[in-house]
Write a protein that binds this ligand. Sequence first.
Ligand code: NAP
Ligand code: 3JM
Length: 349
Amino acid sequence: MEKKNGYHVAVVGATGAVGEQMLKMLEQRQFPLASLKVLASARSVGQTVTFNGEELTIEEATPEAFEGVQIALFSAGGSVSKKLAPEAAKRGAICIDNTSAFRMDPNVPLVVPEVNPQAMEQHGGIIANPNCSTIQMVAALEPLREKYGMERIIVSTYQAVSGAGAKAIQELHDQTEAVLHGNEVKKEILPVGSLPQKYQMAFNAIPQIDVFLENGFTNEEMKMTRETKKIFSDETIAVSATCVRVPVVKGHSESVYVELKNEYDLAEVRSLLENAPGIVVQDNPEEQVYPMAIDAADKIETFVGRLRRDLDHPRGLHMWIVSDNLLKGAAWNAVQIAEELVKRNLIKE
Ligand code: NAP
Ligand code: 3JM
C-alpha cells in the first residue's frame, strides 16, 4: 500500500491476536499512512489480511523488511523483538514494542500516554509498551497518585485468555464446547504455552500467568510490580500482584487496593477519575452499575467502579478496573504512542 502523505509503518506479528487489533486501530484512528507493511513468520508469507477494504499480503519479518520503515509496531514475542527491533532501529525506524523484551532496559522508555508521555522524548529507537495488566492499572491510578501520592498497591487480576494469543482463544472455545457435549477436553496451550503442564481453562480459574520465579510470584505478577515502579518513576511504591486467568475472551478485570500518602475524599476521587483522560467511571451500586469485561470489550477506554473506602485503613481505597486487554492493554496503547510521536514531531523523515 503506497500513498503520498503520512508515514511508512510496519506491523510485526500482523497475523496474531494483538497484530489484528493493531491493524484495526490504525484503520479506526485513520493514522496517517504512506505505506503499511504486514509482517509475520515465514509460515504466513503469502497469506492476506484486510486493511481499509484492501488486501495486504504478509511478508516475512527480516532485517531488510524494515528498509524505509519509519514506525514499526512489534507484537510477535520477545525473541522476535530482541532480534529484529535493533535491526529496524538501525534502519531509522522507531519501534513500539509490545513484548517484555526491552521494558526494563534503562535506555528504553516504558510509556502509557496518559501517565508519562514525556518519557518518549528520550527514546533511542525503541519505545516499550507495558504489559496489558500494568497499562490499565496505572492509567486509572495516575490521577490519584498525582493528587494524593501513593504508598502501596495490592492487585488481583482476572485476565482474559486473549492475552495468551489466538491459540488460547480457540482453546477456550473448543474446551467449552467439549465440556458441554461431554467430549474429551484437550489441554494444549494454557496456562503457559512453553511449559509441559497444562490445565483446563473452561469453567475454571487458573492462578498462574507466565512462569514462576524464585520469590513465589509469577513473571506476570513481577511485570506488574517492576513496570509500575518504572512508569511512575518511583522505586519506593509497594506493588504486589496475584494474576489469575479466567474463562473470559476479551477484557482484563482487576481488584485494586491502594494506600494513598494523604487523606482523601471519596467524592473528590470520583471526580478526579471522571475528569481523567481515557477513564470512564461506572459506579452506581444502587443500580448495580459497575464495569464488566463483556462491556469493556472492543472499547479503548479504561473503566473504573466499585469505589469504596477501606474499612480500617484511613487512606485505603478499593476499586475495580476493567479494560480491553488487546486494545488499551496492547494495540491501542501502541497506536496512541505512535500518535503522540507524530504530535511531538519525533518521527524522522
Ligand atoms: P499470537 O496470537 O500467538 O500471534 C503471534 C504473532 O507473532 C503472529 O503474527 C505470528 O506470526 C508472529 N510470529 C511468531 N513467530 C514469529 C517469527 N519468528 N517471526 C515473525 N513473526 C512471528 O500472539 P499475540 O497475542 O498476538 O501476542 C504477540 C506478542 O505480543 C506476545 O508474544 C507478547 O510478547 C505481546 N503481547 C503483549 C501484550 C501487552 O500486554 N502489551 C499483550 C499480549 C501480547 P505467524 O502467524 O506467522 O506465526
Ligand atoms: C504477554 O516472548 C514470548 O513468548 C511472549 C510472552 C508474552 C509476553 C511477553 O513477555 O512479552 C505473552 C503475553 C506478554 C507481555 O505483554 O508481557
